[in-house]
Design a protein around this ligand. Structure first.
Ligand code: ZN
Ligand code: ZN
Length: 361
């Protein structure tokens, strides 16, 4: 099922004249092997991929499931006897591999250990798997769309649930429970629920602060289905919105819509950011937009491409990205409106269907 992913990595090895790469990043392992129930967070596992072989290293806890999962695939399973990386380096020696690529995400301790054990030279390579992962396959998009649908249902639920007097934590827990009860494997990331002045911090942590009237309430959350993430932000007003609430909200919504309208395959990511930022500039609010417009979403909630002023990435057909402008006014509050979309040839397909008009509770 995922042989073409392995084949894409092997093509890259040939193109770079690199004999082998060790992959140990958990999401990359899941992506490359497609093994279900074999790779947990923090598990002792790694892949060694050469131009024509693919070895998966694990320990005895996962050996049976790994062998079963690898049936009919090119993967050869190696069960660790004592030390996974000592044995991997022995295999490299037996294969006569003299140069080895490691991912940039490899922890320094492991990098040092492999460098000492391996008789050849080690080179750190950046983004090879990220590039392959950027363009999603149909089955990946289906899972992300399911995660987005659970996220939409959670929003509908929370709009009915929220009352002044609840704490940010009450609301965050309700969101998480709802998603877990309704098809989410867990959550894509810790829910952000930020009321009043806390909403002025783009990535505020949930607190025991009571949510009260006359405040923005920013909700940034996402379900996870089949390992794939969703990511959406909506901002509510508790009580009646003032002119200031409406001015800020209207500007962010206009920036969100302009950003979405700029999305299509082949566009440089920085350009999409610039289109949305220009809308805030016209309204004198650009100085309050302090982060990138968006990011790729997949097995990880933040992945390639980066949609920001300095991004060198291009939006590719079947990438999945967020468009999330925000305006944050210190001491008052902030608004972010974030949608998840699939990049298409002439535009985009929206995966977040929650309403975007200003909701007062
Ligand atoms: Zn988000
Ligand atoms: Zn996001």
């Amino acid at each position: 099922m995922t042989e073409h992913r392995l084949a894409a990595l092997q093509r890259r090895l040939r193109a770079e004249d690199m004999p082998a790469i060790v992959v140990s990043n958990t999401s990359n392992l899941r992506y490359l092997t497609g093994f279900e129930g074999v790779i947990d967070d923090g598990i002792n596992a790694a892949c060694l991929v050469t131009q024509d072989a693919a070895l998966f290293y694990t320990d005895h806890r996962y050996s049976d499931v790994a062998v079963a999962a690898s049936e009919g695939t090119p993967w050869e399973i190696r069960v660790q006897r004592e030390s996974l990386y000592v044995e991997l380096c022995e295999d490299l020696k037996a294969m006569g591999v003299a140069v080895l690529a490691l991912e940039t995400s490899v922890p320094y301790g492991r990098f040092s250990f492999i460098s000492e054990q391996f008789f050849g030279s080690v080179r750190v390579v950046d983004g090879w798997l990220d590039e392959i992962r950027q363009v999603k396959e149909e089955e990946e998009i289906v899972r992300i769309a399911e995660a987005a649908a659970v996220t939409d249902r959670a929003f509908e639920h929370i709009v009915a649930f929220v009352r002044p007097g609840q704490t940010e934590r009450d609301i965050a827990l309700e969101l998480e429970f709802f998603m877990r009860r309704n098809g989410s494997d867990g959550i894509a990331f810790d829910c952000i629920v930020a009321g009043g002045p806390n909403s002025a911090h783009p990535h505020a942590t949930v607190s025991d602060r009571v949510v009260g009237p006359g405040e923005f309430l920013k909700l940034d959350f996402g379900a996870r289905v089949g390992g794939y993430c969703a990511d959406m932000t909506r901002t509510l007003v508790i009580g009646t919105a003032t002119d200031r609430h409406r001015e800020i909200y209207g500007a962010v919504l206009a920036a969100n819509e302009a950003g979405l309208a700029a999305v299509r395959a082949g566009v440089p990511a920085w350009e999409v950011h610039e289109v949305a930022r220009a809308v805030l500039e016209e309204r004198g609010l650009a100085a309050h937009f302090t982060h990138g417009l968006g990011h790729g979403v997949g097995l990880d909630v933040h992945e390639r491409p980066t949609v920001s002023p300095k991004s060198h990435h291009t939006l590719l057909e079947h990438s999945v990205v967020t468009i999330e402008p925000g305006v944050y006014v210190e001491g008052f509050g902030g608004v972010r409106i974030e949608d998840l979309v699939v990049v298409e040839e002439g535009g985009y397909r929206l995966l977040s269907h929650s309403p975007k008009q200003l909701i007062e509770i």
